[in-house]
Design a protein around this ligand. Structure first.
Ligand SMILES: *[C@@H]1O[C@H](CO)[C@@H](O)[C@H](O)[C@H]1NC(C)=O
Ligand SMILES: *[C@@H]1O[C@H](CO)[C@@H](O)[C@H](O)[C@H]1NC(C)=O
Ligand SMILES: *[C@@H]1O[C@H](CO)[C@@H](O)[C@H](O)[C@H]1NC(C)=O
Ligand SMILES: *[C@@H]1O[C@H](CO)[C@@H](O)[C@H](O)[C@H]1NC(C)=O
Ligand SMILES: *[C@@H]1O[C@H](CO)[C@@H](O)[C@H](O)[C@H]1NC(C)=O
Ligand SMILES: *[C@@H]1O[C@H](CO)[C@@H](O)[C@H](O)[C@H]1NC(C)=O
Ligand SMILES: *[C@@H]1O[C@H](CO)[C@@H](O)[C@H](O)[C@H]1NC(C)=O
Ligand SMILES: *[C@@H]1O[C@H](CO)[C@@H](O)[C@H](O)[C@H]1NC(C)=O
Length: 636
């Protein structure tokens, strides 16, 4: 519509021009530039050059612009002595017309050029005598747009689906800028169903153009490596074309998995019982809209691409299947992996865990543990290796062979796989007391002596402690060892004593006697050295003869010294008695017995000579065993 208007007005003007030129040939001439370009807001200068025969003075110069409807609208009038801008036009207060000083040249100055000023301006010069001429200049206004921007797709883009890659925008340009998309320096053109470039143009309130362009396309995996950007082109004055580019963006392309991979992330190497096993599954795609599941034996499953098995057992061995399900295409792919949990079972010892071997015989035991691995077996006793391999041979068993044998099964292929079992060996034999270094000792009276008796033999011997008088002593402690029994007893020394350690089992017996000689201090030093306790003052004093060492207060306790003293007294009494009897005999009085007491006791009955004596003067009866001499020798 506007173009047609301008066209018709141009036609009218052209006719007029022709008419004038024809009417007043070469009288007035006007020359103007076709176009004047100016940036928005700047000042435009439109120059009108004219020549006339009349000289400068007598001309009327008028400025018009052509309205959108094609009409001429005067905006300025100038003649000698008078000039004014028409009131009420869009230019009234923004224009001025000056001469440049040169003859035949006036300049229309438009300040603060607006977009709506993009019009055709006419300069008409009317000579008083030579007629009228006019010239026309089209004013073009330009505005460089702002720096273009680009926004890429925020999410990843699915392969093969027409999706938005990004949007470019350039704002406030005039005339309308163009946007061209580039992928890796190649301009992108719309291709039906493949590439879609959709521009949209906004005319801002001030008449400037803002242009947007959205690129959609079907991407392929390789597009993940491409760079996308926009180039904008816009016209500037003088017909030049300028351009600007956005920064490049790249996109994330989501492509589906086509194959899966499954592996054991940890442990590296062979799996053993008790390990924590981590199974991973991943595909060659990157589409996040994929659901992974891993299924194993024993209902083990995971809805991620990772399965963690704590403390695995043999039951965890088996096939694990990973499935990926594309949530868009519902395509499923699977992969599987076989897990094997190595095991080492408990040790089995044959013939059994406790064996009894007769002394001197040969015995064998074997040890084994079921395992999926190659194992090494070794036997240990008291921390030292005694056999390598599953078989333990004990030729000619001695008591020293008794004890605990530990069979250790290891699998060197896998760190930390080990199991062990124990075999208890008893060597059968009659008791055999390991004679202690010292069975004869001297101890001070009142001290306590600790005795120990170590008896080899199996079945475990029964150990009895006793004194020579037949008194049974309680054992202070009794410990079973590998090859026998260690028994301890404590004896309080009151005088010379013999203590027996007797051991018996079903196969025999053995005994040992400890002979303790009591020592008495000749010069008691308890007052001068009170810190020394009686039990520790041992054998520093030279032994004294038992006869002289009679502790008077011990008489009623029947110490050996007391008995000797009694014997001596008795002998003296016998001597006196003998002489008294002799005296009485001489006097003719025969002595008669009154009551007889049998002093026979146990085994010592038959050889005893028993004498009873009754003193006339209320002396107590004294019993005397003649075989006491034998007992006394035993005590020494
Ligand atoms: C144009 O005219 C204005 C006022 O009419 C004056 O201020 C200005 O200096 C003139 N410019 C020239 C270049 O003569
Ligand atoms: C903008 O694009 C149109 C159509 O392709 C073209 O005619 C015009 O010259 C272009 N303008 C610029 C400034 O590139
Ligand atoms: C392209 O993407 C990668 C990874 O997403 C990023 O490191 C790189 O900086 C991006 N390059 C550009 C030009 O955006
Ligand atoms: C596994 O699942 C089946 C059926 O759901 C069930 O019968 C079975 O007891 C489960 N096994 C274990 C070890 O949980
Ligand atoms: C591992 O499993 C075994 C057998 O089921 C169990 O005895 C042990 O306590 C478990 N260990 C841990 C750390 O869960
Ligand atoms: C496991 O994978 C093997 C080879 O990769 C295949 O032959 C077998 O059929 C698969 N098993 C299952 C249950 O998919
Ligand atoms: C067994 O050992 C004992 C003592 O060491 C030895 O006397 C005997 O000869 C050995 N017998 C055999 C068969 O080796
Ligand atoms: C202990 O052995 C000795 C010597 O063989 C023996 O005289 C004594 O009677 C035994 N004692 C016991 C309680 O068997």
């Amino acid at each position: 519509m506007a173009a047609r208007d301008i066209g018709s007005s141009l036609l009218v003007v052209g006719l007029l021009l022709f008419f004038h030129t024809w009417g007043a040939s070469a009288a007035v001439e006007v020359n103007m530039e076709d176009r004047v370009d100016v940036n928005l807001g700047d000042t435009a200068h439109i120059t009108c050059l004219f020549s006339t025969e009349d000289g400068i003075g007598g001309n009327i110069i008028q400025w018009f612009y052509v309205t959108r409807t094609g009409e001429k609208q005067r905006i300025y009038y100038l003649e000698t002595g008078m000039s004014y801008a028409e009131k009420g036009t869009p230019f009234s207060d923004r224009i001025s017309v000056n001469g440049t000083g040169a003859p035949g040249e006036v300049v229309l100055t438009i300040n603060d050029v607006q977009l709506k000023d993009e019009l055709e301006f006419i300069c008409i010069v009317k000579s008083l005598t030579d007629g009228t001429a006019e010239g026309r200049t089209r004013l073009r206004v330009f505005q460089s747009p702002a720096k273009p921007t680009i926004v890429g797709a925020q999410q990843g883009i699915q392969e093969g689906i027409l999706s938005t890659i990004g949007t470019c925008e350039v704002k406030n340009g005039y005339p309308k800028p163009n946007i061209t998309w580039y992928k890796d320096n190649t301009p992108i053109r719309s291709v039906r169903d493949e590439v879609n470039v959709v521009p949209s143009i906004i005319t801002e309130y001030n008449g400037l153009y803002s242009v947007k362009s959205e690129l959609s396309m079907k991407v392929v995996k390789a597009d993940a490596d491409s760079l996308f950007y926009c180039e904008i082109t816009y016209m500037t004055f003088g017909g030049g074309i300028l351009m600007a580019e956005t920064n490049p963006i790249n996109i994330t392309v989501f492509y589906p998995h086509t194959t899966l991979k499954m592996w054991v992330e940890s442990p590296k190497g062979k799996i053993k019982q008790g390990d924590t096993v981590e199974i991973h599954c991943s595909g060659d795609g990157n589409n996040p809209f994929t659901e992974f599941t891993i299924n194993g034996p024993e209902n083990l499953s995971s809805v991620t691409n990772k399965l963690v098995l704590q403390n695995v057992t043999r039951l965890n061995s088996g096939e694990y299947l990973c499935t990926s399900l594309d949530m868009e295409t519902f395509e499923e792919i699977t992969e599987n992996i076989t897990i094997f949990v190595n095991y080492l079972e408990d040790v089995v010892i044959k013939p059994e865990k406790i064996i009894e071997v007769p002394q001197g015989e040969e015995t064998r035991a074997t040890c084994n543990a079921m395992s999926s691995l190659h194992t090494q077996i070794a036997w240990f006793k008291d921390g030292e290796q005694v056999a390598k391999g599953p078989t333990l041979v004990l030729p000619n068993a001695t008591f020293g062979a008794a004890g605990t044998y530990v069979c250790v099964v290891t699998a060197q292929e896998v760190e930390g796989v080990e199991t062990s079992g124990a075999l208890r060996v008893h060597v059968q034999g009659q008791p055999d007391i390991q004679t202690p270094g010292n069975t004869e000792m001297e101890e001070s009276v009142d001290s306590t002596v600790d005795l120990s008796c170590y008896v080899q033999g199996y079945p475990y011997p029964t150990v009895t402690w006793s004194t020579s008088e037949g008194k049974i002593l309680p054992a202070a402690s009794e410990t079973e060892t590998d090859d026998g029994v260690l028994s301890k007893a404590s004896v309080k020394v009151t005088g010379d004593i013999i203590v027996f350690c007797n051991a018996t089992n079903s196969l025999g017996e053995d005994s040992v006697a400890f002979s303790i000689k009591a020592i008495i201090h000749t010069t008691p030093e308890t007052t001068t050295s009170p810190t020394v306790s009686p039990t520790t003052t041992v054998t520093t004093v030279s032994p004294v003869k038992p006869e002289t060492a009679i502790p008077p207060e011990k008489v009623e306790k029947e110490g050996s010294g007391v008995i000797i003293a009694v014997i001596i007294i008795c002998i003296l009494l016998l001597a006196i008695l003998g002489s008294v009897l002799y005296f009485l005999y001489k006097k003719g009085k025969i002595c008669g017995r009154s009551g007889k007491q049998d002093l026979a006791k146990g085994k010592s009955g038959k050889d005893n000579i028993v004498v009873e004596m009754k003193s006339d003067n209320t002396e107590e009866a004294v019993l005397l065993g003649v075989n006491g001499e034998k007992q006394a020798s035993n005590y020494q």
